[in-house]
Design a protein around this ligand. Structure first.
Ligand SMILES: Nc1nc2c(c(=O)[nH]1)N[C@H]1C(S)=C(S)[C@@H](COP(=O)(O)OP(=O)(O)OC[C@H]3O[C@@H](n4cnc5c(=O)[nH]c(N)nc54)[C@H](O)[C@@H]3O)O[C@H]1N2
Ligand SMILES: Nc1nc2c(c(=O)[nH]1)N[C@H]1C(S)=C(S)[C@@H](COP(=O)(O)OP(=O)(O)OC[C@H]3O[C@@H](n4cnc5c(=O)[nH]c(N)nc54)[C@H](O)[C@@H]3O)O[C@H]1N2
Ligand code: SF4
Ligand SMILES: [Mo]
Length: 891
């Protein structure tokens, strides 16, 4: 579905709504409503490049699946009634049970202005700090680590550091898939200046496939590795003594603990489970390379010891003085498009606003005076895991969730769902229906990317504008507006009387500069009087942007840090055991994370056929030994249990996994598969400093499900099958493919699957084989096109389906030969087989790549020249190389 415009728009400059790279995008709407996007060559994050997800943005702005009107109890309602009800439920709970009986759970995907007003309402006017965000699951350990080391949540570096580094150490980061454009900048640096890339990750990821050195460490042993590096630097006299003396404190204590922990490299190599020679290679590279940057992400943050991991890394940079100068520094990359902006406004329960904190009573007083909010919260609120616990035990009675899908993404998601069900009142602001909105008493329809107007800040502290290029559909409203409407109805109209998002931003800028003589690095005072015009034309800029002092891009290079003593602090850290080790009952360690072409719970990317074709069903990666020990082969259905819940996924055997460990992607929500989510399995055990849950490690048991039958339903309808042991679906042009299977006998499978086609009964062609084991059906529309096809067979015996799938996307009426062939599943005329899509930017499948190799392409670049694969975002280059190698071996 496209939206018809009155007139074509000129190209609008905006920012990608996915990852924290924050790429600039140019979007245009044609007269017929067709949207096109391309990379913005003037944007300093991407200089015109986009990854597979960014390139497919135009395919996500249709209105399919959008909810465009408020709902109360699942029924359409007016805004007036919806806002009244939310305000009344919150006010009532506050009156009867106090301000701490309510909570907000918000998202790093909201714009800075949305975030600012949500935080102001909860902390300033409701008077509780029970507002937390999905950044708790994402960036909290980096935030806590930054505060311990620098006194404030600051990322010292900028993206140019990746262009100018001679060594990039990627810790717990699958940069090639998760920050693809940053990864491309690194690959260019490698080509230009020979930058070495070291990857520290238990899995051999796509990023590790293309690096100079991969250390597949035992999960959770990062502190040991970096403590070992610190001890090694000290014992070889490779410290920057003058920086340590002039700009830091606490070095001796940190070194003493590191040396006790990681006495000799042999012990470190053994503890981390890697070859000693590789450990030495890493240490030698770090020692020899002044321009070293350490990029880290969820393998560091999502750990019960994530804050310590962060500080173990920062300690090594402080000890060598490699911080805040070109090509060097510790670099925590943010996940979500506005994770950084959310931290600026104080969206986390234990932060105030504008980088001020609850620990400092003067800060509380200052923010209270600025907001004219006598009722300001004076202590930190509940962090995400505790917030949902409180919703479950009844101490939180009204909860408002915005722009996040906790029923899928929170650890121990079964408990979270139970909490949402039992909580007295739940409001959800979203753009579509999700597993979370099922529990909503009130649904508040938000405006989406392309319709919204505001600011986001990327990983390098660069603020960019998201600008609208589409009209807001139906009655949807921007999030900041919905929040201000509720605030006004609760009696706080004066403090939330903003005319537009620019007015919200000006107030945020003014607060950052309020009584700030340089103590707080976060200062964007120069923007506090920016008028609408300037806001509309705002060019991407780094903070800080203080009024009285010159703006600088890198922080900490001058040796000054925003701590009480003006110095950076070493933090003594020690390697701790993983929070919940494997045991006899749950003998494998489950790791979770991301796929290249999907975004989180798939509400947007899951609807795009070419993004779905890279990985089309939920699969769990296992080492060959672990699979063999469980009598599992590739494609078997695995039943995975942890102490918290269960999931099912197909087995994918790969030696990219370490023995004893498995990996399941985090994306598969209940809208895309029966029970394939990681949330139900993951542990709610959290880091003691940051409150971030250990999402990268939970003990599991894996056994085989005895699948008796398989089915495939090819349909235009958007369904959620019930009653199946396992199903998953993926988007294709014209509709969806549902993979179904069951553990009962094939005839029962046929019965169950046929019910899915009940609605089509009238136009159905059907066939059941003599023994009742194989069933095929097809439904033809009034216009003669295929609307639906179903194939059911005993395991491993399904007929081919490529042709049937291609018919779904076709607008031509079926010929009589085609009608006759429908139930065989085979095209009456031969057609080329379509393989798995490798390059989703240009829709190139594995068979095309193999043909190109057969035609003489021996290098990834040759293939790019011939069929374009790998030449846009480049995230598939390692896979193309693998296909070349495999073809070579088999030849
Ligand atoms: N394609 C895509 N890109 C995304 C997203 C997406 O959904 N899809 N989401 C965005 C968001 S919000 C985020 S937070 C980022 C996340 O970006 P990343 O952090 O790069 O991605 P993950 O896959 O979560 O995890 C990274 C790696 O940590 C490794 N790991 C696990 N345990 C350990 C350990 O103990 N030590 C070390 N050193 N490594 C470990 C995992 O094996 C995994 O490969 O991606 C952003 N970009
Ligand atoms: N096991 C495991 N769990 C994890 C992780 C992991 O690695 N492993 N990673 C964690 C991390 S790092 C993250 S960031 C989280 C992400 O987890 P979530 O935040 O739950 O995931 P999303 O699918 O991005 O949810 C965003 C929601 O906002 C909606 N939305 C989109 N645009 C708008 C808008 O403009 N306004 C509003 N109101 N809504 C909008 C979308 O439809 C969607 O429902 O998952 C965490 N959970
Ligand atoms: S790297 Fe891709 S997902 Fe991330 S901001 Fe750029 S285009 Fe968007
Ligand atoms: Mo994240």
């Amino acid at each position: 579905m496209t939206r018809i415009q009155e007139k074509p728009t000129t190209e609008v400059r905006t920012t990608c709504p996915y990852c924290g790279v924050g790429c600039g995008v140019l979007a245009r709407v044609a007269a017929d409503g067709t949207v096109t996007v391309r990379g913005d060559t003037d944007h300093p994050a991407n200089f015109g490049r986009l990854c597979s997800k960014g390139s497919a943005l135009a395919e996500t702005v249709g209105l399919e699946g959008r909810v465009l009107y408020p709902e109360i109890g699942g029924k359409q309602a007016s805004w007036e009634d919806a806002i009244n009800l939310v305000a009344q439920k919150f006010s009532q709970s506050i009156t009867e049970h106090g301000p701490d009986s309510v909570g907000f759970y918000i998202s790093g995907q909201m714009l800075t202005e949305d975030y600012y007003v949500a935080n102001k309402l909860m902390k300033g006017f409701i008077g509780s700090a029970n507002i937390d965000t999905n950044s708790r699951l994402c960036m909290a350990s980096s935030v806590a680590g930054h505060k311990r080391a620098f006194g404030e949540d600051i990322v010292p570096g900028v993206y140019e550091d990746l262009d100018e580094a001679d060594l990039a150490v990627l810790v717990g980061s699958n940069l090639a898939w998760c920050h693809p454009i940053l990864y491309q900048r690194l690959v260019s640096a490698r080509q230009k200046r020979g930058t070495k890339i070291v990857v520290i990750d238990p899995r051999r990821t796509a990023t590790a496939d293309e690096c100079d050195l991969h250390l597949p460490i035992r999960p959770g042993t990062d502190v040991l590795l970096f403590n070992g590096l610190l001890a090694h630097l000290a014992s070889h006299n490779l410290l920057d003594r003058s920086f340590i003396n002039s700009a830091t404190s606490g070095f001796e204590e940190a070194l003493a603990l590191a040396s006790a922990d990681a006495s000799v490299p042999e012990a470190v190599a053994k503890g981390c489970g890697i070859p000693l020679a590789d450990l030495h290679l890493f240490y030698e590279l770090f020692i020899a390379t002044d321009r070293s940057v350490t990029v880290y992400s969820q393998g560091v943050n999502q750990s019960a010891h994530g804050t310590d991991k962060t500080n173990a890394i920062i300690n090594c940079h402080l000890a060598t003085g490699r911080i805040g100068r070109p090509g060097m520094g510790p670099f925590s990359v943010t996940g979500q498009p506005n994770a950084m902006g959310g931290r600026e406004v104080g969206g986390l329960a234990n932060q105030l606003a504008a980088h001020m904190s609850f620990e400092n009573p003067q800060d509380v007083d200052r923010v209270g005076r600025f907001w004219n909010a006598p009722n300001i919260a004076r202590k930190a609120g509940l962090k995400a895991v505790d917030l949902f616990r409180a919703a479950g035990d009844g101490s939180i009675k009204a909860l408002w969730i915005m722009g996040t899908n906790p029923a899928v993404s929170m650890p121990n998601a079964g408990q979270v769902r139970a909490a949402l069900k039992s909580c007295d009142f739940v409001a959800v602001s979203d753009v579509t229906r999700t597993d979370t909105t099922r529990y909503a008493d009130v649904f508040l329809p938000a405006a989406s990317w392309g319709e919204k107007n505001g600011m986001v800040t990327n990983s390098e502290r660069r603020m960019s504008r998201q600008r609208p290029f589409l009209p807001v559909p139906g009655e949807a409203r921007p999030d900041w507006r919905i929040i201000c409407d509720v605030a006004a109805r609760m009696g706080f109209a004066g403090a939330f009387a903003f005319d537009d998002s620019a007015a919200v931003f000006r107030e945020h800028a003014a607060l950052s500069a309020f009584e700030n003589a340089g103590q707080r690095f976060f200062d964007i005072g120069t923007l506090d009087e920016m008028d609408g015009e300037a806001y509309d034309h705002f060019d991407p800029s780094h903070w800080p942007m203080p009024k009285a002092r010159p703006a600088i891009s890198r922080l900490g290079g001058d040796g000054f840090f925003p701590t009480a003593d003006g110095r950076a602090h070493f933090v003594p850290v020690r390697q701790e055991a993983v929070a919940l080790p494997t045991d006899v009952a749950y003998p494998l360690a489950l790791n979770t994370g991301r796929m290249r072409d999907q975004w989180h719970t798939m509400t947007r990317t899951g609807r795009v056929p070419r993004l779905m074709s890279h990985v089309s069903e939920p699969a769990i990666d296992m080492h060959p030994n672990d699979a063999a020990a469980r009598d599992l082969v590739d494609g078997d259905l695995a039943y995975v249990t942890s102490p918290y819940g269960f999931a099912r996924a197909k087995v994918n055997i790969t030696d990219a996994q370490r023995p004893g460990e498995a990996f399941l992607p985090m994306h598969w929500s209940g809208y895309f598969a029966a029970n394939a989510g990681t949330g139900a399995l993951s542990t709610p055990i959290c880091d003691a400093f940051s409150g971030q849950p250990e999402l990268k490690h939970v003990p599991v048991k894996i056994v085989r499900e005895n699948v008796a039958w398989e089915g495939v339903l090819i349909t235009r309808r958007d369904l959620r099958p019930v009653g199946f042991v396992h199903w998953s679906r993926h988007a294709v042009p014209g509709g969806w493919i549902y993979a179904l299977c069951g553990t009962e006998t094939p005839d029962q499978g046929i019965l169950l699957s046929r019910m899915l086609m009940e609605a089509q009964r009238e136009q159905l062609l059907e066939y059941t084989d003599r023994r009742g084991l194989n069933y095929r059906a097809a439904a033809i529309d009034a216009d003669g096109t295929l609307s639906e096809a179903l194939l059911v067979a005993p395991k491993g015996q399904l007929p081919p389906r490529d042709w049937l799938v291609s018919l779904l996307g076709s607008r031509d009426a079926l010929s009589s030969a085609e009608r006759m062939a429908l139930l065989s599943g085979r095209s009456p005329v031969p057609m080329p087989a379509v393989g798995r899509i490798i390059c989703s930017c240009f829709n190139v499948d594995v068979n095309q790549i193999v043909s190109a190799i057969a035609a003489g392409c021996g290098e990834v670049d040759d293939i790019g020249e011939r069929i374009r694969a790998g030449t846009n975002c480049g995230s598939c280059r390692s896979e193309i190389r693998k296909i070349i190698d495999e073809t070579r071996v088999s030849a």
